[in-house]
Design a protein around this ligand. Structure first.
Ligand code: BGC
Length: 755
């Protein structure tokens, strides 16, 4: 396949302009900072002959509307929550002697767009040969600030090497032009009124601003833009505010304009002075050069923490950096916002947060940016009250049940068999709490947030399951859906039982630890949660007696009945019938022995000690043959296990199919936004797959292998206050303590002391 973007280590460059790729590229070139998200739309909006998906988002800001069911039953999710496509402030529309710049019509040469992952900006440049005979060299730079959550900024430079022209520049704050979703694709928001109400407009001198309100969810959103470096005038129009300037450019002359953009949002009028604060915010913003410097410094710290390198495969290195860059851009940083399945890059999955965060993305941050990991877990604590309410609604007397998909904690999954039934979400969150605590040793977090999450999720599992007489008194969890959405409402999904067992043990351990180390916090929690150690004893019995379906001829069924389903050889499914979920009725899929993503393989990567190497090999071969990988979350997991069982070639192929999935639009839906979990999964594929990194209870170990296709690779892992750099070549691995306490690690089972 010919590369769409040249293989560069730090940049993604579009050379020329491809109208047909515009929507995909708008996702690829998206910028964000965990609060503001801007798709990589052209400054002038669209281009004649090209389709565009316009988007500006604020993480956590959504509108809701009742879900309309044909047939409704008790306990169904009540409301949709859909991330708002808020007012657009990216625009810069250029006119030369009245001719409007239009990539589809104008004579534009040497067009290029560059996403620079080291400096955190999107640059665009071209030479415009105007109808009036002038040549204008245009450079545009855009950033969304990592250091100041409410701020974004843009710079326009125009040089006129030849001719003379009157250049007009218009910059607007305008309601988003909302693209239609696809009503036949459940992954894509469609059929909902996603418009916002205009609540205020402002246009005075260099500043324009707009206020919008959501219709049902109580959000107020404000955006203000200040124009710097050029004289202009502003005016209010019917539904937008526009700033405009006009300047005569002669050969040799140039023009510069900076835009400072401020977005703020608040719910239920919790911030009465929002409008004034937003106006002040854009005026008080530092100049563009300062923001550029800060941006670079934030990214230097992030890339140093990750320490990622691949020798001998530039395409891969570019793909991995691109993936990390986007998850960094999408992660909420204030404990109230999380990461949507598509980050802040598009409206796919409506801006919902799933288990993707805990199961895929958190491991990356836990080892590269633990402060960020903590904030993401604090979000789960913030929505714990809603999870408690939901548990009661579903008839659970104790505990909390997290929503399968949500923005503010309320369950939004209208299709419960592949939604609410995914009770593993509780265990995924509990697992992430444990991983974070294990790596960061953050007792403060455990006392304030983590232990309560663990107790409430464990309680839910205890209420859900029972000691079954027909299973020899073992503890069973029935009628749940594992991550594999092609097998729904099954009994004893192996992955769910694994996470539940771990949840029981970790909740008991966390409370015992607090009793020992933080007696005051322990007492407070005992009071607040009506917890008594006798309850933890019950959890431990359930954990010890957890039921797992027995193997048949060495094959572990991923649930009680998996091997009893009708075979459906993958070779008989035409390529154009994937993903199955949009081509077959659920009933057809559910009665077959076919997986979207394989839960046993996931369990084997996460709870590897339960199975022998031989068992892993045999089961890998079996599940490899029945898995469609219709979810982008699948391949990274297969890659990790393939490496562990010594199938480095297979691991490599899976890894490579996931590493550039969005850059090469392999799933043909990059236009709807980037696949965050898969992007994070590639880091895990490198570090846990090829690097063989495992850690638990203070032991950090590696078992690196180097695929023959690479000269070498490297990465950094933070663990218990030490940052270790791992560099792997065909001849072996080198370990270096980059910072922190001396640590003894294991390399292929042998201790190595690092100091
Ligand atoms: C996957 C889920 C995932 C969701 C959002 C689905 O296709 O099956 O596991 O949480 O996408 O990424």
């Amino acid at each position: 396949m010919e590369a769409k973007f040249p293989y560069q280590p730090w940049e993604i460059t579009e050379l020329g302009f491809s109208a047909k790729d515009l929507r995909e590229n708008e996702s690829v070139f998206a910028l964000g900072n965990g609060f503001i998200g801007m798709r990589g739309n052209l400054e002038e909006g669209s281009a004649t002959g090209a389709d565009t998906i316009q988007g500006s988002f604020l993480n956590g800001v959504f509108d809701s509307e009742p879900i309309v069911y044909g047939e409704k039953a008790y306990g169904y999710a009540k409301n949709h929550e859909t991330i708002c496509n808020v007012m657009d402030a990216k625009s810069l529309t250029l006119f030369a002697d009245g001719e409007r710049l239009d990539m589809g019509l104008s004579d534009v040469r040497d067009h290029r767009r560059v996403l620079d992952m080291r400096t955190g900006v999107l640059r665009r440049g071209f030479a415009w040969h105007t109808k009036g005979g002038a040549v204008l060299e245009v450079e545009m730079t855009r950033l969304v600030s990592f250091t100041r959550q409410e701020l974004a900024a843009a710079r326009l430079d125009v040089k006129c090497p030849e001719g003379v022209c009157t250049l007009t520049v218009e910059s607007a704050v305008a309601p988003a032009v909302i693209a239609e979703g696809d009503p036949n694709d459940p992954r894509n928001a469609a059929g909902k009124d996603r418009s916002l109400t205009l609540a205020g407009l402002f246009a005075e001198d260099a500043v324009i601003a707009m206020e919008q309100k959501t219709k049902n969810s109580g959000f107020t959103i404000c955006c203000a833009v200040e124009h710097r470096g050029a004289e202009g005038s502003s005016a209010k129009h019917e539904n937008m505010a526009v700033w405009k300037t006009e300047i005569k450019l002669r050969a040799g002359e140039s023009f510069r304009l900076d835009k400072s953009i401020c977005y703020m949002a608040a719910r239920y009028d919790e911030e009465p002075a929002l409008w004034e604060k937003t106006l002040d915010g854009c005026k008080a913003a530092p100049d563009f050069d300062t923001l550029l410097q800060e941006q670079r410094a934030s990214l230097d710290a992030f890339w140093n923490g990750a320490g990622l390198g691949i020798e001998g495969d530039d395409a891969l290195l570019q793909g991995l950096r691109f993936n990390l860059f986007h998850i960094f851009q999408s992660a909420g940083r204030d404990g109230r916002r999380n990461i949507a399945a598509k980050g802040l890059t598009g409206e796919g999955y409506e801006g919902h947060t799933f288990w993707d965060t805990e199961a895929y993305i958190l491991p990356v941050f836990i080892h590269t940016d633990p402060a960020l990991a903590r904030k993401l877990l604090e979000y789960r604590y913030a929505i714990l009250p809603k999870a408690r309410e939901r548990a009661r609604e579903l008839g659970h007397e104790k505990g909390a049940l997290y929503a399968w998909r949500t923005i503010d904690g309320e369950e939004c999954s209208a299709y419960f068999p592949a939604g609410t039934a995914q009770y593993h979400i509780n265990g995924d969150i509990a697992h992430a709490v444990c991983e974070y605590y294990d790596a960061a040793q953050d007792l403060d977090f455990l006392a304030k947030f983590g232990a309560e999450i663990l107790v409430e999720t464990a309680r839910l599992y205890y209420d859900l399951g029972f000691f079954s007489a027909v299973k020899n008194g073992r503890f069973v969890l029935n009628c749940v859906t594992g991550p594999d959405e092609y097998n729904v409402m099954v009994n004893n999904n192996v992955y769910t039982n694994c996470v539940a067992e771990e949840n029981f043990r970790s909740a008991a351990e966390a409370m015992a630890l607090l009793a020992d180390k933080r007696p005051q916090d322990y007492d407070r929690l005992c009071q607040a949660l009506a917890f008594h150690p006798a309850e933890a004893e019950l959890w431990l019995v359930a954990a010890d007696r957890m039921y797992y379906p027995a193997p048949q001829d060495g094959i572990y069924p991923q649930d009680d009945d998996f091997l009893n389903r009708k075979p459906w050889p993958l070779s008989t499914i035409p390529a154009d019938k994937h993903p199955l979920l949009i081509h077959y009725h659920g009933l057809t899929i559910y009665r077959h022995m076919v997986c979207k993503q394989a839960d046993l393989i996931l369990a084997m990567t996460q709870y590897g000690d339960r199975w022998t190497m031989e068992e892993k090999k045999k089961n890998f071969a079996f599940y490899d043959g029945v898995t469609t990988h219709d979810s982008s979350l699948s391949m990274a997991v297969f890659s990790i296990l393939a490496n562990e069982i010594g199938e480095v070639g297979v691991g490599y192929d899976y890894f490579m199919s996931s590493a550039r999935l969005d850059l090469d639009d392999m799933h043909h839906n990059t236009k709807d936004g980037l696949h965050m979990a898969n992007m994070a999964g590639t880091w895990t594929g490198l570090v846990r797959g090829f690097g063989g990194m495992r850690c638990k209870n203070g032991k950090l170990s590696f078992a690196p292998v180097c695929p023959p296709q690479w000269k070498g690779y490297s990465f950094c892992v933070g663990y218990r206050g030490s940052t270790v750099q791992v560099s792997v070549h065909a001849e072996g691995a080198e370990y270096k303590l980059l910072s922190g306490e001396p640590i003894t690690i294991l390399s292929h089972g042998k201790p190595v002391a690092l100091r």
